[in-house]
Design a protein around this ligand. Structure first.
Ligand SMILES: NCCCCCc1nc2ccccc2[nH]1
Length: 290
């Protein structure tokens, strides 16, 4: 261990560890589900860490929050009701709120400590909770979805951590089936879907499960996040049977310089939306779609 440096050692990326120079630890706690830590880094702003794994930094969270939100919401004409599973930092809520067509935003986050810590240390991310359309449920997303009437949502966003830890069930078939039931015909889901450099086997399983359950489109897309190991993270975008969804050509554009927005988009735009679905050959062979 190098004094003054945080190294992200995890079984999720054996044999490698991304490190960030650390100025000061701002919070350390243990919730009912995981260890929670916040530190001030030297060059990436404040950093949120769960069980030793970097969830977000102030400097590059935009790449993840904007893409996981706008890839699905810009792919359907008029999203009205949106569900977020996970996402307790509030960043996805902040991005969903940019869509004027949205009338209702439900969020189900299992760990209240993540919400409280985000509000205290990441106000520009937790700002998402202030939108009047938002209803927060603190609980297990699997149980939440069991009580959702069929066809309730236009879009579901699963902003989870990784299969090692409290989010494990969010990567399994029964959960995907409950998401499909909660979506209207032609509805869309976008999930955090790991890295093609590190987790190809996990992704192949996810793609196989999604292709069985979602009878519309199933596409993998990705973004670059400098503070995530392998510098990238991917998303699984699926649509249910019904009006065809072409994820690669957004029908509901968000103007990147929308003057109404107090904060313009930092990362997402319609070109990068389309580019996000382009895969390197090694990945195309394994998880590409026709
Ligand atoms: N909202 C949490 C996003 C995921 C944070 C943890 C994490 N960091 C990763 C780096 C590479 C691949 C998968 C990863 N999962």
């Amino acid at each position: 261990v190098i004094p003054g440096w945080f190294s992200e050692i995890s079984p999720m990326w054996p044999g490698e560890a991304h490190s960030l120079k650390m100025e000061k630890i701002l919070f350390q706690g243990k919730s009912d589900y995981q260890n929670v830590m916040v530190f001030q880094s030297s060059t990436y702003g404040k950093v949120l860490v769960l069980d030793g794994v970097i969830q977000l930094t102030e400097r590059d969270e935009c790449a993840y929050q904007e893409m996981i939100t706008h890839l699905p919401l810009c792919s359907i004409p008029n999203p009205k009701k949106v569900l977020v599973i996970g996402g307790g930092d509030g960043g996805v809520l902040r991005e969903v709120a940019r869509h004027a067509s949205v009338e209702k935003i439900d969020i189900c986050e299992i760990d209240k400590m993540v919400v409280d810590v985000s509000k205290q240390f990441f106000p520009d991310i937790a700002v998402g909770f202030e939108d009047p359309r938002v209803t927060l449920t603190v609980g297990d997303g699997v149980a939440f979805l069991k009580d959702v009437p069929e066809g309730t949502y236009d879009a579901v966003i699963v902003d989870s951590s990784d299969p090692i830890g409290p989010a494990q069930e969010l990567f399994e078939k029964p959960f995907f089936a409950s998401v499909a039931k909660a979506l209207r015909p032609g509805g869309v889901v976008c999930t955090q879907a790991e890295s093609i450099w590190l987790h190809m086997h996990i992704i192949e399983d996810i793609v196989a499960n999604c292709r069985q359950i979602f009878k519309g489109s199933v596409n993998y897309a990705w973004t670059t996040v400098p503070t995530y190991p392998s510098g990238m993270i991917g998303f699984m975008l699926c649509s249910t049977e019904g009006p065809l969804v072409d994820f690669k050509h957004p029908v509901n554009p968000l103007s990147e310089n929308d003057s109404q927005q107090s904060r313009p988009l930092k990362f997402y735009n319609s070109e990068i939306h389309t580019a996000a679905f382009c895969l390197p050959s090694f990945a195309k062979r394994k998880i590409g779609s026709k």
